[in-house]
Design a protein around this ligand. Structure first.
Ligand code: 4AD
Ligand code: MG
Length: 444
Protein backbone atom coordinates (compact mmCIF):
# COMPACT_ATOMS: atom_id res chain seq x y z
CA UNK A 1 0.00 0.00 0.00
CA UNK A 2 1.58 3.24 -1.07
CA UNK A 3 -1.33 5.63 -0.64
CA UNK A 4 -4.50 6.18 1.38
CA UNK A 5 -7.96 7.06 0.13
CA UNK A 6 -8.97 10.55 1.14
CA UNK A 7 -11.99 9.35 3.15
CA UNK A 8 -9.66 7.41 5.45
CA UNK A 9 -7.08 10.22 5.65
CA UNK A 10 -9.80 12.61 6.84
CA UNK A 11 -11.19 10.01 9.24
CA UNK A 12 -8.01 8.72 10.82
CA UNK A 13 -4.88 10.65 9.97
CA UNK A 14 -3.23 13.25 12.22
CA UNK A 15 -1.36 16.49 11.71
CA UNK A 16 2.31 15.81 11.06
CA UNK A 17 1.83 12.41 9.40
CA UNK A 18 3.52 11.73 6.10
CA UNK A 19 0.74 10.79 3.69
CA UNK A 20 0.30 9.81 0.06
CA UNK A 21 -2.93 10.34 -1.86
CA UNK A 22 -4.03 9.74 -5.45
CA UNK A 23 -6.96 11.41 -7.14
CA UNK A 24 -8.11 14.13 -9.52
CA UNK A 25 -7.63 17.87 -9.35
CA UNK A 26 -11.05 19.46 -8.93
CA UNK A 27 -9.91 23.02 -8.46
CA UNK A 28 -6.60 24.83 -8.75
CA UNK A 29 -5.47 28.32 -7.67
CA UNK A 30 -2.03 29.60 -8.50
CA UNK A 31 -0.60 32.18 -6.11
CA UNK A 32 2.76 33.84 -5.70
CA UNK A 33 4.65 31.16 -3.84
CA UNK A 34 2.23 28.28 -3.73
CA UNK A 35 -0.25 26.40 -5.84
CA UNK A 36 -3.43 25.35 -4.05
CA UNK A 37 -5.07 22.26 -5.54
CA UNK A 38 -8.25 20.62 -4.28
CA UNK A 39 -7.98 16.88 -4.84
CA UNK A 40 -10.85 14.41 -4.66
CA UNK A 41 -10.61 10.65 -5.20
CA UNK A 42 -14.29 9.72 -5.12
CA UNK A 43 -14.13 7.98 -1.74
CA UNK A 44 -16.02 10.83 -0.07
CA UNK A 45 -17.58 14.17 -0.93
CA UNK A 46 -14.72 16.14 0.58
CA UNK A 47 -11.70 17.47 -1.27
CA UNK A 48 -8.26 17.51 0.33
CA UNK A 49 -6.48 20.81 -0.10
CA UNK A 50 -2.92 20.34 -1.31
CA UNK A 51 -0.36 23.09 -0.87
CA UNK A 52 2.37 22.85 -3.46
CA UNK A 53 5.48 25.00 -3.26
CA UNK A 54 6.16 26.56 -6.66
CA UNK A 55 9.64 25.13 -6.56
CA UNK A 56 8.17 21.71 -7.44
CA UNK A 57 7.87 21.03 -11.19
CA UNK A 58 4.14 20.99 -11.92
CA UNK A 59 3.47 22.24 -15.47
CA UNK A 60 0.93 19.58 -16.41
CA UNK A 61 -0.90 19.84 -13.08
CA UNK A 62 -4.19 21.27 -14.33
CA UNK A 63 -7.85 21.03 -13.52
CA UNK A 64 -9.03 17.48 -14.29
CA UNK A 65 -5.59 15.83 -14.21
CA UNK A 66 -4.94 12.73 -12.10
CA UNK A 67 -2.20 13.03 -9.51
CA UNK A 68 -0.10 11.18 -6.96
CA UNK A 69 0.94 13.42 -4.11
CA UNK A 70 3.24 12.83 -1.16
CA UNK A 71 3.49 15.27 1.72
CA UNK A 72 2.92 16.03 5.36
CA UNK A 73 -0.48 16.74 6.87
CA UNK A 74 -0.94 20.09 8.54
CA UNK A 75 -3.85 22.12 9.83
CA UNK A 76 -5.25 25.05 7.88
CA UNK A 77 -6.06 28.34 9.68
CA UNK A 78 -9.71 27.16 9.55
CA UNK A 79 -8.84 23.95 11.39
CA UNK A 80 -9.05 21.64 8.39
CA UNK A 81 -6.53 18.98 7.43
CA UNK A 82 -4.44 19.88 4.40
CA UNK A 83 -1.44 18.29 2.75
CA UNK A 84 1.79 20.18 2.22
CA UNK A 85 3.29 18.45 -0.80
CA UNK A 86 6.94 17.53 -1.21
CA UNK A 87 6.38 15.41 -4.30
CA UNK A 88 3.75 15.78 -7.04
CA UNK A 89 3.42 13.35 -9.94
CA UNK A 90 0.87 13.93 -12.68
CA UNK A 91 -0.41 10.47 -13.69
CA UNK A 92 -2.68 11.56 -16.53
CA UNK A 93 -2.85 15.13 -17.80
CA UNK A 94 -6.09 16.83 -18.80
CA UNK A 95 -6.02 19.48 -21.48
CA UNK A 96 -9.38 21.21 -21.29
CA UNK A 97 -8.94 22.70 -24.76
CA UNK A 98 -8.80 19.15 -26.17
CA UNK A 99 -12.51 18.83 -25.46
CA UNK A 100 -12.85 18.08 -21.74
CA UNK A 101 -16.50 19.06 -21.20
CA UNK A 102 -16.31 20.32 -17.62
CA UNK A 103 -14.70 23.24 -15.85
CA UNK A 104 -14.89 24.39 -12.25
CA UNK A 105 -16.37 27.81 -12.99
CA UNK A 106 -19.62 27.25 -14.90
CA UNK A 107 -22.52 25.18 -13.61
CA UNK A 108 -23.27 22.08 -15.66
CA UNK A 109 -27.01 21.39 -15.85
CA UNK A 110 -28.09 17.72 -15.88
CA UNK A 111 -29.18 17.88 -19.54
CA UNK A 112 -25.61 18.88 -20.37
CA UNK A 113 -23.77 16.27 -18.29
CA UNK A 114 -26.14 13.54 -19.57
CA UNK A 115 -24.46 13.92 -22.96
CA UNK A 116 -21.23 12.66 -21.37
CA UNK A 117 -22.30 9.56 -19.46
CA UNK A 118 -18.73 8.23 -19.54
CA UNK A 119 -17.35 11.36 -17.85
CA UNK A 120 -20.19 12.74 -15.80
CA UNK A 121 -19.42 10.90 -12.55
CA UNK A 122 -16.55 13.40 -12.31
CA UNK A 123 -19.05 16.12 -11.48
CA UNK A 124 -19.83 16.81 -7.82
CA UNK A 125 -23.51 16.24 -8.39
CA UNK A 126 -23.42 12.81 -10.00
CA UNK A 127 -20.62 11.53 -7.76
CA UNK A 128 -22.62 12.54 -4.66
CA UNK A 129 -25.74 10.77 -5.95
CA UNK A 130 -23.71 7.63 -6.72
CA UNK A 131 -22.16 7.55 -3.25
CA UNK A 132 -25.63 7.88 -1.73
CA UNK A 133 -26.84 5.10 -4.02
CA UNK A 134 -23.99 2.88 -2.84
CA UNK A 135 -24.76 3.52 0.84
CA UNK A 136 -28.47 3.02 0.18
CA UNK A 137 -27.82 -0.56 -0.93
CA UNK A 138 -25.99 -1.26 2.32
CA UNK A 139 -28.74 0.24 4.47
CA UNK A 140 -31.39 -1.78 2.62
CA UNK A 141 -29.55 -5.05 3.31
CA UNK A 142 -28.88 -3.99 6.93
CA UNK A 143 -32.55 -3.25 7.53
CA UNK A 144 -33.90 -6.48 6.15
CA UNK A 145 -31.13 -8.71 7.50
CA UNK A 146 -31.53 -7.24 10.99
CA UNK A 147 -35.21 -8.20 10.80
CA UNK A 148 -34.31 -11.77 9.73
CA UNK A 149 -35.56 -11.50 6.18
CA UNK A 150 -33.81 -13.87 3.75
CA UNK A 151 -32.28 -12.32 0.64
CA UNK A 152 -33.38 -14.23 -2.48
CA UNK A 153 -31.84 -13.78 -5.93
CA UNK A 154 -34.88 -14.00 -8.19
CA UNK A 155 -34.17 -14.86 -11.84
CA UNK A 156 -33.62 -12.21 -14.49
CA UNK A 157 -34.66 -14.56 -17.28
CA UNK A 158 -38.25 -15.57 -16.73
CA UNK A 159 -41.31 -16.87 -18.52
CA UNK A 160 -43.78 -14.72 -16.54
CA UNK A 161 -45.04 -11.20 -17.16
CA UNK A 162 -45.90 -10.63 -13.51
CA UNK A 163 -47.59 -7.29 -13.98
CA UNK A 164 -49.45 -8.39 -17.11
CA UNK A 165 -48.93 -5.01 -18.71
CA UNK A 166 -47.15 -6.44 -21.76
CA UNK A 167 -44.08 -4.33 -21.10
CA UNK A 168 -41.62 -7.21 -21.32
CA UNK A 169 -38.41 -7.45 -23.34
CA UNK A 170 -38.34 -10.76 -25.17
CA UNK A 171 -35.22 -12.97 -25.05
CA UNK A 172 -33.98 -14.80 -28.14
CA UNK A 173 -30.58 -16.28 -28.99
CA UNK A 174 -28.71 -14.30 -31.60
CA UNK A 175 -26.79 -17.23 -32.99
CA UNK A 176 -28.12 -18.34 -36.37
CA UNK A 177 -26.68 -21.83 -36.13
CA UNK A 178 -28.20 -22.42 -32.68
CA UNK A 179 -31.60 -21.10 -33.79
CA UNK A 180 -31.55 -23.24 -36.94
CA UNK A 181 -30.59 -26.40 -35.06
CA UNK A 182 -33.24 -25.82 -32.43
CA UNK A 183 -35.94 -25.17 -35.00
CA UNK A 184 -35.02 -28.45 -36.66
CA UNK A 185 -35.88 -30.09 -33.34
CA UNK A 186 -39.37 -28.78 -33.95
CA UNK A 187 -39.24 -25.78 -31.62
CA UNK A 188 -41.48 -22.78 -32.13
CA UNK A 189 -39.62 -19.74 -33.50
CA UNK A 190 -40.67 -17.49 -30.59
CA UNK A 191 -39.55 -19.90 -27.90
CA UNK A 192 -36.73 -21.65 -29.65
CA UNK A 193 -34.28 -21.62 -26.75
CA UNK A 194 -36.16 -22.35 -23.51
CA UNK A 195 -39.20 -23.95 -25.07
CA UNK A 196 -41.47 -21.18 -23.85
CA UNK A 197 -41.44 -17.46 -24.50
CA UNK A 198 -38.84 -15.90 -22.23
CA UNK A 199 -38.46 -12.35 -21.01
CA UNK A 200 -36.28 -10.08 -18.92
CA UNK A 201 -38.03 -9.87 -15.56
CA UNK A 202 -40.48 -7.04 -14.82
CA UNK A 203 -40.73 -8.15 -11.17
CA UNK A 204 -39.40 -10.96 -8.98
CA UNK A 205 -42.60 -11.07 -6.95
CA UNK A 206 -44.00 -14.42 -8.07
CA UNK A 207 -40.72 -16.17 -7.30
CA UNK A 208 -40.52 -14.38 -3.95
CA UNK A 209 -43.98 -15.70 -3.12
CA UNK A 210 -42.72 -19.25 -3.71
CA UNK A 211 -39.68 -18.70 -1.46
CA UNK A 212 -41.81 -16.97 1.18
CA UNK A 213 -43.76 -20.20 1.71
CA UNK A 214 -40.73 -21.88 3.23
CA UNK A 215 -38.25 -19.18 4.21
CA UNK A 216 -40.70 -16.76 5.76
CA UNK A 217 -40.05 -13.07 5.13
CA UNK A 218 -37.92 -12.62 2.01
CA UNK A 219 -36.63 -9.78 -0.14
CA UNK A 220 -34.70 -9.17 -3.33
CA UNK A 221 -32.86 -6.17 -4.73
CA UNK A 222 -32.06 -6.47 -8.38
CA UNK A 223 -32.39 -5.19 -11.92
CA UNK A 224 -35.82 -5.01 -13.48
CA UNK A 225 -36.70 -4.31 -17.08
CA UNK A 226 -39.69 -2.64 -18.68
CA UNK A 227 -40.19 -1.99 -22.37
CA UNK A 228 -42.32 1.08 -21.78
CA UNK A 229 -42.36 3.60 -24.57
CA UNK A 230 -41.73 6.40 -22.11
CA UNK A 231 -39.05 9.04 -21.99
CA UNK A 232 -40.56 10.68 -18.93
CA UNK A 233 -38.50 12.01 -16.04
CA UNK A 234 -39.74 9.00 -14.01
CA UNK A 235 -39.25 5.97 -16.25
CA UNK A 236 -36.26 3.85 -17.17
CA UNK A 237 -36.06 0.73 -19.33
CA UNK A 238 -33.76 -0.84 -16.72
CA UNK A 239 -34.13 0.02 -13.05
CA UNK A 240 -33.45 -1.56 -9.67
CA UNK A 241 -36.34 -2.71 -7.58
CA UNK A 242 -36.40 -3.68 -3.94
CA UNK A 243 -39.15 -6.24 -3.42
CA UNK A 244 -40.18 -7.76 -0.11
CA UNK A 245 -42.73 -10.46 0.62
CA UNK A 246 -44.11 -10.77 4.15
CA UNK A 247 -45.15 -14.20 5.38
CA UNK A 248 -48.41 -14.61 7.37
CA UNK A 249 -49.42 -11.08 6.40
CA UNK A 250 -53.17 -10.71 6.31
CA UNK A 251 -53.83 -6.99 6.60
CA UNK A 252 -52.78 -4.08 4.46
CA UNK A 253 -51.98 -2.21 7.68
CA UNK A 254 -49.17 -4.72 8.48
CA UNK A 255 -47.68 -4.10 5.06
CA UNK A 256 -48.00 -0.33 5.36
CA UNK A 257 -46.27 -0.32 8.75
CA UNK A 258 -43.31 -2.25 7.33
CA UNK A 259 -42.98 0.08 4.32
CA UNK A 260 -43.23 3.20 6.47
CA UNK A 261 -40.70 1.96 9.06
CA UNK A 262 -38.31 0.92 6.31
CA UNK A 263 -38.45 4.22 4.42
CA UNK A 264 -37.96 6.29 7.56
CA UNK A 265 -35.01 4.11 8.61
CA UNK A 266 -33.37 4.55 5.21
CA UNK A 267 -33.70 8.35 5.19
CA UNK A 268 -32.27 8.63 8.71
CA UNK A 269 -29.34 6.29 7.95
CA UNK A 270 -28.45 8.20 4.79
CA UNK A 271 -28.43 11.42 6.76
CA UNK A 272 -25.98 9.79 9.18
CA UNK A 273 -23.64 8.29 6.59
CA UNK A 274 -23.83 10.75 3.70
CA UNK A 275 -24.26 14.18 5.22
CA UNK A 276 -21.47 15.67 3.08
CA UNK A 277 -22.99 14.26 -0.11
CA UNK A 278 -26.41 15.68 0.78
CA UNK A 279 -24.66 18.99 1.39
CA UNK A 280 -23.02 18.82 -2.06
CA UNK A 281 -26.46 18.35 -3.59
CA UNK A 282 -27.32 21.67 -1.97
CA UNK A 283 -30.67 22.93 -0.96
CA UNK A 284 -32.76 20.48 -2.99
CA UNK A 285 -31.84 17.63 -0.74
CA UNK A 286 -32.59 18.42 2.88
CA UNK A 287 -33.78 15.32 4.71
CA UNK A 288 -37.55 15.73 4.64
CA UNK A 289 -39.43 16.90 7.69
CA UNK A 290 -41.85 13.99 7.38
CA UNK A 291 -39.39 11.41 8.75
CA UNK A 292 -40.92 11.74 12.20
CA UNK A 293 -44.54 12.18 11.09
CA UNK A 294 -47.03 9.38 10.36
CA UNK A 295 -47.75 8.80 6.67
CA UNK A 296 -51.27 9.54 5.44
CA UNK A 297 -53.67 6.80 4.27
CA UNK A 298 -56.47 7.48 1.77
CA UNK A 299 -58.71 4.95 0.07
CA UNK A 300 -58.86 5.18 -3.70
CA UNK A 301 -62.40 6.58 -3.39
CA UNK A 302 -61.34 9.22 -0.86
CA UNK A 303 -58.46 10.21 -3.14
CA UNK A 304 -60.86 10.62 -6.07
CA UNK A 305 -63.19 12.78 -3.95
CA UNK A 306 -60.29 15.08 -3.00
CA UNK A 307 -59.29 15.36 -6.66
CA UNK A 308 -62.89 16.13 -7.66
CA UNK A 309 -63.06 18.92 -5.08
CA UNK A 310 -59.84 20.32 -6.52
CA UNK A 311 -61.39 20.16 -9.98
CA UNK A 312 -58.66 17.91 -11.35
CA UNK A 313 -60.45 14.52 -11.36
CA UNK A 314 -60.81 14.03 -15.08
CA UNK A 315 -62.68 11.10 -16.58
CA UNK A 316 -59.54 8.98 -16.61
CA UNK A 317 -59.97 5.88 -14.45
CA UNK A 318 -56.75 5.63 -12.44
CA UNK A 319 -54.71 8.37 -10.80
CA UNK A 320 -52.29 10.09 -13.15
CA UNK A 321 -48.98 11.71 -12.24
CA UNK A 322 -50.33 15.23 -11.87
CA UNK A 323 -53.08 13.90 -9.60
CA UNK A 324 -50.60 11.86 -7.53
CA UNK A 325 -48.51 14.96 -6.89
CA UNK A 326 -51.63 17.01 -6.09
CA UNK A 327 -52.65 14.43 -3.47
CA UNK A 328 -49.23 14.62 -1.80
CA UNK A 329 -49.42 18.41 -1.78
CA UNK A 330 -52.94 18.23 -0.37
CA UNK A 331 -51.51 16.17 2.51
CA UNK A 332 -48.84 18.77 3.29
CA UNK A 333 -46.00 17.04 1.43
CA UNK A 334 -46.24 13.94 3.65
CA UNK A 335 -46.13 10.56 1.85
CA UNK A 336 -49.59 9.14 1.13
CA UNK A 337 -50.72 5.54 0.90
CA UNK A 338 -53.59 5.13 -1.55
CA UNK A 339 -55.30 1.83 -0.67
CA UNK A 340 -58.25 -0.33 -1.82
CA UNK A 341 -58.09 0.02 -5.58
CA UNK A 342 -60.76 -1.01 -8.13
CA UNK A 343 -60.00 -4.62 -9.09
CA UNK A 344 -59.97 -4.03 -12.84
CA UNK A 345 -57.16 -1.45 -12.55
CA UNK A 346 -54.72 -3.80 -10.84
CA UNK A 347 -52.86 -7.04 -11.52
CA UNK A 348 -54.36 -10.53 -11.35
CA UNK A 349 -52.56 -11.62 -8.16
CA UNK A 350 -54.06 -9.01 -5.83
CA UNK A 351 -56.45 -10.10 -3.09
CA UNK A 352 -60.09 -9.08 -3.21
CA UNK A 353 -61.20 -6.92 -0.29
CA UNK A 354 -63.27 -9.00 2.10
CA UNK A 355 -66.13 -6.50 2.28
CA UNK A 356 -66.15 -5.37 -1.38
CA UNK A 357 -65.42 -7.75 -4.25
CA UNK A 358 -65.04 -4.85 -6.72
CA UNK A 359 -61.90 -3.73 -4.85
CA UNK A 360 -58.50 -5.25 -4.12
CA UNK A 361 -56.20 -4.81 -1.10
CA UNK A 362 -53.60 -2.91 -3.09
CA UNK A 363 -51.53 0.11 -2.15
CA UNK A 364 -49.46 2.75 -3.89
CA UNK A 365 -47.21 5.00 -1.82
CA UNK A 366 -46.96 8.53 -3.20
CA UNK A 367 -44.19 10.98 -2.30
CA UNK A 368 -43.17 14.49 -3.34
CA UNK A 369 -41.11 14.74 -6.59
CA UNK A 370 -42.02 11.28 -7.94
CA UNK A 371 -45.59 10.49 -6.96
CA UNK A 372 -45.67 6.67 -6.89
CA UNK A 373 -42.52 5.21 -5.34
CA UNK A 374 -43.93 1.90 -4.02
CA UNK A 375 -46.57 -0.50 -5.32
CA UNK A 376 -47.79 -3.41 -3.22
CA UNK A 377 -50.71 -5.58 -2.19
CA UNK A 378 -52.00 -8.54 -0.26
CA UNK A 379 -51.87 -11.58 -2.55
CA UNK A 380 -54.91 -13.63 -3.52
CA UNK A 381 -54.51 -16.77 -1.42
CA UNK A 382 -57.82 -18.42 -2.30
CA UNK A 383 -57.13 -21.22 -4.80
CA UNK A 384 -60.40 -20.92 -6.71
CA UNK A 385 -60.41 -17.14 -6.90
CA UNK A 386 -56.82 -17.15 -8.14
CA UNK A 387 -57.60 -19.88 -10.67
CA UNK A 388 -60.40 -17.76 -12.12
CA UNK A 389 -58.01 -14.83 -12.67
CA UNK A 390 -54.87 -16.73 -13.72
CA UNK A 391 -53.69 -15.16 -16.99
CA UNK A 392 -51.88 -18.24 -18.33
CA UNK A 393 -51.55 -21.93 -17.53
CA UNK A 394 -47.82 -21.37 -17.53
CA UNK A 395 -48.46 -19.98 -14.07
CA UNK A 396 -49.82 -23.26 -12.75
CA UNK A 397 -46.80 -23.51 -10.47
CA UNK A 398 -47.86 -20.18 -8.92
CA UNK A 399 -51.39 -21.45 -8.39
CA UNK A 400 -50.06 -24.63 -6.81
CA UNK A 401 -48.39 -22.58 -4.07
CA UNK A 402 -51.93 -22.16 -2.70
CA UNK A 403 -52.43 -25.91 -2.54
CA UNK A 404 -49.79 -27.07 -0.08
CA UNK A 405 -49.21 -25.44 3.31
CA UNK A 406 -50.61 -22.20 2.02
CA UNK A 407 -50.31 -18.94 3.98
CA UNK A 408 -51.51 -15.37 3.50
CA UNK A 409 -48.75 -13.08 2.22
CA UNK A 410 -48.38 -9.48 1.15
CA UNK A 411 -45.52 -7.59 -0.41
CA UNK A 412 -44.31 -4.53 -2.16
CA UNK A 413 -41.88 -3.24 -4.77
CA UNK A 414 -39.95 -0.01 -4.40
CA UNK A 415 -38.13 1.65 -7.29
CA UNK A 416 -34.61 2.38 -6.06
CA UNK A 417 -34.11 5.21 -8.54
CA UNK A 418 -37.38 6.89 -7.60
CA UNK A 419 -36.42 6.67 -3.93
CA UNK A 420 -33.10 8.32 -4.83
CA UNK A 421 -34.96 11.08 -6.63
CA UNK A 422 -36.89 11.85 -3.44
CA UNK A 423 -33.80 11.52 -1.26
CA UNK A 424 -31.46 13.61 -3.39
CA UNK A 425 -33.96 16.06 -4.86
CA UNK A 426 -33.26 14.80 -8.39
CA UNK A 427 -35.88 15.85 -10.91
CA UNK A 428 -34.96 13.37 -13.64
CA UNK A 429 -34.59 9.67 -12.86
CA UNK A 430 -31.79 9.41 -15.48
CA UNK A 431 -29.51 11.22 -13.03
CA UNK A 432 -29.82 8.63 -10.24
CA UNK A 433 -27.73 5.84 -11.80
CA UNK A 434 -24.46 5.87 -13.68
CA UNK A 435 -25.57 4.54 -17.05
CA UNK A 436 -29.32 5.01 -17.60
CA UNK A 437 -31.25 3.13 -20.28
CA UNK A 438 -34.32 4.63 -21.90
CA UNK A 439 -35.77 4.30 -25.42
CA UNK A 440 -33.06 4.92 -28.06
CA UNK A 441 -30.44 5.32 -25.34
CA UNK A 442 -28.33 2.25 -24.75
CA UNK A 443 -25.10 3.22 -26.51
CA UNK A 444 -22.95 3.65 -23.45
O1 4AD B 1 -45.93 -0.86 -9.14
P1 4AD B 1 -45.02 -1.88 -9.76
O2 4AD B 1 -45.23 -2.23 -11.19
O3 4AD B 1 -45.14 -3.17 -8.82
C1 4AD B 1 -44.63 -4.40 -9.07
O4 4AD B 1 -43.89 -4.70 -9.98
C2 4AD B 1 -45.00 -5.42 -8.01
N1 4AD B 1 -44.89 -6.74 -8.60
C3 4AD B 1 -44.07 -5.24 -6.83
C4 4AD B 1 -44.33 -6.21 -5.70
O5 4AD B 1 -45.39 -6.14 -5.11
N2 4AD B 1 -43.39 -7.08 -5.40
O6 4AD B 1 -43.52 -1.41 -9.59
C5 4AD B 1 -43.00 -1.12 -8.31
C6 4AD B 1 -42.19 0.17 -8.32
C7 4AD B 1 -42.99 1.41 -8.71
O7 4AD B 1 -43.73 1.91 -7.63
C8 4AD B 1 -41.88 2.34 -9.14
O8 4AD B 1 -41.25 2.94 -8.02
C9 4AD B 1 -40.89 1.41 -9.79
O9 4AD B 1 -41.16 0.12 -9.30
N3 4AD B 1 -41.00 1.43 -11.25
C10 4AD B 1 -40.14 2.05 -12.08
N4 4AD B 1 -39.04 2.78 -11.84
C11 4AD B 1 -38.37 3.27 -12.90
N5 4AD B 1 -38.72 3.07 -14.20
C12 4AD B 1 -39.82 2.34 -14.50
N6 4AD B 1 -40.14 2.14 -15.78
C13 4AD B 1 -40.60 1.80 -13.42
N7 4AD B 1 -41.69 1.03 -13.34
C14 4AD B 1 -41.93 0.82 -12.02
MG1 MG C 1 -47.38 0.51 -9.73
Amino acid sequence: KNYSVIASVLEKANVGEVTEVKGWVRNIRIQKEHIFADVNDGSCAKKLQIIIPKSLKTESLTYGSSVHITGKLSESPRGQLELVADDVKVIGDCVVSNGYPFNPRTPHPPEYTRQYLHLRSRTNYISAVLRIRSALTKHIHDYFMSKHYININTPILTSNDCEGAGEVFKIQPDNEATVKAMMQEGRDKDSVYFGSKTFLTVSGQLHLEAACRSLGNVYTLGPTFRAENSRSRLHLSEFYMLEAELAFCSTLKQLQTEIEDFIKYIFIEIQNTNEDDLYLLEKNSKIPLWVDKPFVTLTFDEAKTILEKKGIADTEEGINKEQELALVEHCGGIPVFVVRWPKDMKSFYMKECQDDTSKVDALDLLTPITGEVVGGSLREDNYDKLLSKLPSDRLNWYLELRKFGNIPTGGFGLGLERLLQVMCGVNNIKDTLPFPRWPHNCDM
